[in-house]
Ligand binder design. Structure first.
Ligand SMILES: O=C(O)CCC(=O)C(=O)O
Length: 195
């Protein structure tokens, strides 16, 4: 699979070079995420809409708007997040499910991240996605997808799905995440997320 990134409209770019201790960002050496991210709305990119359809066929989960209408239409997944790591880039182990943001300010349930579909878009050296509690890791290979459920059927987090990105040794690692919700959200809101 080849993606011509030059033709894609990037909505927003975030650069994370964060140092975190006790939940507070501080300028200390323990970086947990060294990565740049951006978000792409699939109703602006037909290719991504078709890819969401493929995820639906593979996972049997709802991922896209039935007719790929604009942002006001309800949808059960977030915009596509594109992440890029250069050599040394990493993301320490974490969970993808949300702690409390799946309830909005009005107390309405807007869906947690029931599952993650993550695509590798390049072939770096290093940069494996590791699941320490399961003792497994996926090696980045352009065009391949890793898929997992973050929540159990009860809606509780599956603690085994803690994962992180190992440091990239050489090359550039590109990934793209599709987070699938268990309830409808508004994709405009989702583009503001900085996970
Ligand atoms: O880049 C990876 O291998 C993992 C990315 C990840 O865990 C995330 O974006 O939440």
């Amino acid at each position: 699979m080849y993606i011509d990134l030059s033709s894609i409209k990037i909505l927003e770019i975030n650069i994370f070079i964060l140092n975190k201790k006790d939940g507070v960002i501080k300028s200390e050496v323990s970086s947990y995420r060294v990565q740049a991210t951006g978000w792409i709305r699939e109703y602006e990119e037909d290719f991504l809409y078709r890819l969401s359809h493929k995820i639906e066929l593979i996972t049997n989960l709802k991922v896209r708007r039935p007719d790929n209408k604009g942002p006001s239409e309800p949808v059960e997944s977030e915009a596509w997040q594109v992440g890029v790591y250069s050599a040394g880039g990493l993301y320490l182990p974490h969970y993808d499910n949300l702690q409390n943001e799946f309830i909005n300010a009005d107390g309405v349930h807007i869906g947690n991240r029931i599952a993650t579909a993550m695509f590798y878009l390049s072939d770096p050296v290093g940069g494996a996605t590791a699941f320490p509690k399961l003792g497994i890791a996926a090696t980045p290979k352009a065009g391949s997808m890793v898929f997992w459920h973050n929540l159990k059927l009860s809606g509780a987090r599956d603690d085994l799905l803690r994962h992180g990105a190992c440091p990239v040794a050489r090359g550039i690692k590109w990934v793209s995440n599709k987070w699938i919700r268990n309830y409808i959200i508004n994709s405009i809101n989702s583009t503001k997320r900085q996970n």
